[in-house]
Design a protein around this ligand. Structure first.
Ligand code: ZN
Length: 141
């Protein structure tokens, strides 16, 4: 059964709708150990069989931040500073992750968060991992 989860920054300017049929106790929740994700304390999740839509009530408030290998946009609100998720566009389409802490209501019985480091990846490995594991994105933000 497909469930939908809403996410939002603090002021509500940007957000997401995440659809997945995975029960929360089986979500893959990753605490990426890069300095960006650690500083935001932002574990993330995704479902390659789900779907994800990012929204921006005011596109001017959407800040796309790139760093490291610069392969994805990390989406932050210019007004309130909250990080909501990330988006990559490849030859196979658009894929995204959500920040668990941007969920409006965290589901009960969530799976444990797993610390993980992607430091050793090169660009090709990073892109193919995201194509395989991240959630297909519908919107054209
Ligand atoms: Zn905001």
């Amino acid at each position: 059964m497909l469930s939908e989860f809403q996410g939002s920054c603090h002021c509500g300017a940007i957000g997401f709708s995440y659809r997945t049929s995975i029960a929360p106790e089986h979500w893959s929740i990753r605490a990426c150990q890069c300095s960006f994700c650690r500083a935001h304390d932002a574990p993330s999740t995704s479902d390659p069989a789900g779907s994800l839509e990012f929204t921006a009530s005011d596109p001017d408030l959407l800040n796309r931040y790139r760093f490291g290998l610069r392969t994805a946009d990390f989406l932050l609100c210019r007004e309130c500073g909250i990080y909501i998720g990330a988006l990559i566009e490849t030859g196979k389409g658009r894929f995204g992750i959500i920040s668990m802490h941007a969920l409006v209501e965290a589901p009960e019985n969530l799976a444990a968060t797993e610390p993980i480091s992607y430091d050793s990846e090169d660009i090709a490995e990073r892109v193919s991992r995201r194509e395989a594991r991240w959630t297909p994105v519908k919107t054209n933000l």
